[in-house]
Design a protein around this ligand. Structure first.
Ligand SMILES: CC(C)(COP(=O)(O)OP(=O)(O)OC[C@H]1O[C@@H](n2cnc3c(N)ncnc32)[C@H](O)[C@@H]1OP(=O)(O)O)[C@@H](O)C(=O)NCCC(=O)NCCS
Length: 190
């Protein structure tokens, strides 16, 4: 008996908030599976992703496989004063960077909030395709993201696309893991 073939990526498309809402539990499940989180985390994250959809500059790109299942998702929005992530990163930048440099990063940027590919389809360039599509329409002069420290596929992807160190070994409140904050100028060259 031969194993069933893995599903193939069919299309990578930008979704409106209404379109994502219609597939939200499925998209969040991809995130939970990719991160290795317990399944109950899906219900916890759905309201958070929903709230992010109303933020200025919100953009989302989803990859569907040939069974019309979500196989990857990425989204982000314009960073702004008062947002939790913005304030955390701002604190770190003001502690570690010259004030002028912190302003250059924070004045007009797109926060890459989530980027995940289902483990069944990782390692074939899908994450890069989602990220490139997302950044092609992202507002802002810069893009910033945070990722756990460590040699991961995510790191290889971000380096390949020219992301540079902004903060290293940074601790966000309430999370003991060290993170890096990475960034680059927009637009991203083709
Ligand atoms: C990080 C993540 C989104 C990257 O997505 P991905 O589809 O797995 O990865 P990429 O698009 O970067 O492609 C990676 C590999 O595909 C290969 N590749 C690129 N284009 C390809 C193509 N056209 N055909 C075949 N392979 C290709 C690359 O050589 C690369 O190999 P390597 O990573 O072994 O060096 C995904 O691995 C993931 O969801 N990880 C877990 C969650 C996570 O860490 N998210 C990020 C949090 S900050």
């Amino acid at each position: 008996m031969t194993a069933a073939p893995s599903p193939r990526c069919e299309r990578v498309v930008e979704l409106s908030a209404d379109e994502l809402r219609a597939r939200l539990p499925e998209a969040v499940r991809v995130y939970v599976t990719a991160m290795g989180y317990p399944t109950w985390a899906t219900q916890q994250r759905i309201p958070i992703w929903s709230a992010h959809m109303s933020r200025a500059g919100w953009r989302c790109v989803v990859a569907f496989n040939d069974r019309d299942e979500v196989s990857g998702v990425g989204y982000g929005y314009s960073g702004a004063t008062g947002q939790w992530w913005h304030e955390q990163v701002r604190r770190g930048m003001l502690e570690r960077l010259p004030q002028q440099r912190a302003h250059e990063w924070l004045d007009d940027y797109f926060e890459l909030t989530e980027l995940h590919v289902h483990p069944d389809t990782q390692g074939h360039g899908l994450g890069e395709s989602i990220l490139r599509t997302l950044l092609a329409s992202a507002p802002g002069a810069k893009v910033l993201l945070s990722t756990p420290e460590g040699p991961t596929r995510a790191w290889r992807l971000y380096r390949r696309l020219g992301f540079v160190d902004v903060l290293r070994d940074y601790r966000f409140s309430g999370d003991p893991r060290p993170f890096a904050v990475l960034g680059r100028d927009l637009p991203l060259e083709a």
